[in-house]
Design a protein around this ligand. Structure first.
Ligand SMILES: [Zn+2]
Length: 422
């Protein structure tokens, strides 16, 4: 490999591990919001993997994982390029809060939305949205992405696997190929896999604008969200699990030598069926049947009127429309769209849709998104005989991590854990 890799204000030559900054936003007050970046460029060619953390400012275990991953001799052993961003939300980290003080919305929903239809989405983006859009443009160069999070107190470590969505039937083979690569990425980590919520709720919750959702659905890069235990402090067992998972990704991608490491030190739930994320853990009610696969609602179509049996005078419709016009006044003239659409009607308007009336869909797109079916949890090489370990409440550990994580004494009011539902 002879070329260098540039990101932000830094360039990594082959065999180098360099530190730099990515400018996220500059405010009129003079405040500059910058992301710390670390580039590791191997001497041999290979894939590019991004490992990011701390998009939620109070989820700090990922920072510690990245610091442990960046060993001094990593550039000598690595093939390809590792891009590590220990904090995607430095403002939230400073304030020890989930959100940034620059934008009170969830930062993991501020990555770019799907491209708007012509003539729509003209609002100016927030500064963080604009900054994350520039970062996402760089992220498109990646081959794999791992975004490190924390789920909550007493939660086990697991992967949230975004659903692979596609629009047109001819996109199905590419979607299947992407899903296979995504499953391989999940399998390399050794962590249990939890599928994301159903796609309609996923889009309503704007999860397609998360770090992994944007990378997967728009850049079509295999991308996962890794949840590493409690928030607000570093759980040593979850930290070790995160280090093993990230090293295994580098090994699976052929960037580090050696076999995949077994996942040790954390509980691995024994589930042999696909599981889905839920707000709360659910208990099985023996008197209820197991939930069946969600079916599409059946659309009832009115049978066509037979012209002989249901005659309707053409003048009746005209009289009805004239009466409506008298009540409501004349209809305002339809605005001409900015660009020519695909409809083929006058001014690019579809022929079947009345002028000026919006599409009644969640997102005005050409085709609805379709999802691939769920898959079983790929954790074959994960050890399942480890005892269950939990971190004591409020305990912080940063021994040997090189990071300064402030210990906190807040005890969560509720014990959260990953919900496993068949
Ligand atoms: Zn998070």
């Amino acid at each position: 490999m002879t070329t260098s890799f540039a990101l932000g204000d830094v360039v990594a030559a082959p065999g180098e591990l360099v530190h730099g900054w990515f400018e996220l936003a500059t405010l009129p007050t003079g405040h500059r919001e910058r992301l710390p970046i670390v580039l590791v460029r191997g001497r041999e060619p290979g894939p590019t993997v991004w490992v990011t953390a701390n998009i939620h400012g109070d989820e700090v275990t990922g920072l510690s994982v990245i610091h442990a991953l960046l060993e001094a001799d990593l550039a000598d052993r690595l093939r390809g390029t590792l891009v590590a961003i220990p904090s995607l939300n430095p403002a939230g980290l400073h304030a020890r809060q989930r959100v940034s003080y620059l934008d009170r919305r969830d930062p993991n929903r501020l990555f770019p939305d799907f491209p708007p239809e012509p003539g729509q989405g003209s609002d100016h983006p927030a500064v963080l949205e604009a900054g994350y859009a520039r970062l996402f443009a760089e992220m498109r160069r990646a081959d794999y992405l791992v975004d490190l999070h924390c789920y909550g107190l007493r939660a086990c470590c697991f992967i949230i696997r975004d659903r692979v969505l596609y629009r047109r039937p001819e996109d199905l083979p590419a979607a299947r190929e992407l899903a296979d690569r995504l499953d391989a990425l999940c399998n390399w980590t050794g962590l249990p896999v939890v599928n994301e919520i159903p796609s309609d709720r996923y889009l309503q919750a704007r999860l397609h604008r998360s770090v992994s959702g944007t990378a997967l659905l728009q850049a079509r890069i295999p991308a996962i969200t890794v949840e590493l235990g409690l928030t607000g402090a570093v759980d040593p067992a979850a930290r070790q699990a995160g280090i093993i998972a990230c090293r295994n990704v580098l090994r699976g991608a052929g960037m580090l030598p050696g076999e995949l490491e077994p996942m040790v030190g954390i509980p691995i739930p024994r589930v042999e069926f696909p599981v889905m994320r839920d707000l709360v853990p659910r208990a099985r009610d023996r008197h209820r049947p197991l939930p069946r696969r969600a079916r599409r609602p059946r659309v009832r179509r009115r049978p066509p009127r037979h012209p002989q049996r249901h005659p309707r005078a053409p003048a009746a419709g005209r009289r009805r429309r004239a009466g409506r016009r008298r009540r409501l006044g004349p209809r305002p003239p339809a605005r001409r769209p900015l660009l020519r659409g695909r409809g083929g009607g006058p001014h690019g308007r579809p022929r079947h849709r009345p002028a000026g009336r919006a599409r009644p869909e969640l997102r005005p797109r050409e085709r609805p998104l379709t999802r691939l079916p769920d898959r079983a949890c790929p954790s074959d090489h994960a050890r399942t005989d480890m005892p269950v370990r939990t971190c004591p409440e409020g305990q912080s550990s940063n021994s040997g991590t090189g990071t300064s994580v402030v210990s906190f004494r807040r005890v969560c009011s509720s014990s959260m854990s990953a919900g496993f539902t068949p």
